[in-house]
Design a protein around this ligand. Structure first.
Ligand code: NAD
Ligand code: IPM
Ligand code: MN
Length: 358
């Protein structure tokens, strides 16, 4: 029997709606493939902060470390400043567990029309490998002279050779296993010190990987190409902030921020990895039952795959594709009228056919 301890953090807003939906789907898939998922639900959130003054207990990271993987909804909600909620929970997890690869597939699923003109089915299929531990998301900086005309903010980006190399090596390997094309998001034309350093390492590693065709794009031009010619991409490697922005854009071109998944990977496996959707807590629709659960479900499929159960992951994604392509049952972000639970029920039904076929 394959038994896994999964720390579940639904978090805030729609995280509390889409995480239970995805859990049902994963449970059902697991039961067909001999996988037991033991969920340990942790109530860490902005509500928890309001009660305790912390986003998670002081020993929260130790608690998480006892689990095989982490399944997270979203963190952040009006009432608690984002820098408090995010530096109190999400970012420390990504860093303490050296989840330095943030893998974000940008794949147009069957049955979804891209908002882009003339994208055929299967016409968008690439992966963004986002650096997840350093770069522009650094704690170095501060604010001064508040309330005076001289008020200012300083933010340092921190790029290390080790940090750049390890995420790029992952991206080169991934490209080698896919279509063999790797694009780097850069900005070396400006007065940014970090990006020529990034480019130098990219070229060094490129010469070690003659089988991978490399290209470099300035981030501004790259963003435009996501819209104008997404079919040219196979794997895109990007720094933390560039990758963040590119992947909301990536989500948009595959139909909705509500379906895009994200895997925060510790490739060495010496710490748990964390699986979550690309989207946030969506305060504007929280509590209305309109949240799309597919991003959370897809993140769950990535977790099953990471645990070594590609068959179960494929069954889950088969059910997702079936619901999208064949049933018309979809949430309002995809142009439908269905609720979170109606989509979830449809997924559970589709899953029965998927597993029967396997
Ligand atoms: P958001 O992703 O929460 O919402 C952006 C828009 O997309 C909203 O209109 C929302 O309704 C819609 N949307 C998002 N997910 C959806 C879904 N599953 N189904 C249907 N529609 C969906 O981004 P935001 O508004 O910038 O952020 C809200 C809060 O979430 C902030 O506190 C932010 O810091 C946090 N956040 C957390 C994470 C995370 O935990 N990883 C990610 C992004 C944002
Ligand atoms: C994401 C989110 C986070 C990020 C925020 C909430 C800190 O936007 O996971 O994409 O920027 O990494
Ligand atoms: Mn983001």
């Amino acid at each position: 029997m394959n038994r896994y301890r999964i720390a579940t953090i639904p978090g805030d807003g729609i995280g509390n709606e889409v995480v239970p939906a995805a859990q049902q789907v994963l449970e059902r898939a697991g039961s067909h493939f001999g996988i037991t998922l033991e969920w340990n639900e942790l109530e860490w959130s902005c509500e928890y902060y309001a009660r305790t003054g912390r986003m998670m207990p002081a020993n929260g990271l130790d608690t998480l470390a006892e689990h095989d993987q982490i399944f997270l909804g979203a963190v952040g909600y009006p009432g608690v400043p984002d820098h408090v909620s995010l530096w109190g929970l999400l970012i420390p997890i990504r860093r303490a567990f050296r989840q330095y690869v943030n893998l974000r597939p940008v794949t147009l699923l069957p049955g979804i029309d891209s908002p882009l003109r003339a994208v055929p089915e299967g016409g968008i299929d690439f992966v963004v490998v986002r650096e997840n531990n350093e770069g522009e998301y650094s704690e170095v900086g501060g604010r001064m002279y508040r309330g005076t005309p001289d008020e200012l903010a300083v933010q340092e980006a921190v790029f290390t050779r080790r940090g750049i190399e390890r995420v790029m090596r992952y991206a080169f390997d991934l490209a080698g296993r896919r279509a063999g094309r790797l694009a780097s998001a850069t900005k070396s034309n400006g007065i940014i010190h970090s990006m020529p350093f990034w480019d130098e390492i990219f070229r060094e590693l490129g010469s070690e990987h003659p089988g991978v065709e490399t290209s470099e794009y300035h981030i501004d031009a790259l963003a435009a190409l996501f819209v104008l010619d997404p079919a040219r991409f196979d794997v895109v490697v990007a720094s933390n902030l560039f990758g963040d922005i590119l992947t909301d854009l990536g989500a948009a071109i595959i139909g909705s921020i509500g379906i895009a998944p994200s895997a925060n990977l510790n490739p060495e496996g010496d710490f748990p990895s964390m699986f979550e959707p690309v989207h946030g807590s969506a305060p504007d629709i929280a509590g209305t039952g309109r949240a799309n659960p597919l991003g959370q479900v897809w993140a769950g499929a990535m977790m099953l795959e990471h645990l070594g159960h590609a068959d179960a992951a494929d069954a889950v994604m088969g059910a997702v594709s079936h619901v999208l392509a064949e049933t018309g049952v979809r949430t309002p972000d995809l142009g439908g009228t269905a609720s979170t639970s109606e989509v979830t029920d449809e997924l559970l039904t589709a899953l029965e056919t998927e597993v029967a076929d396997r």
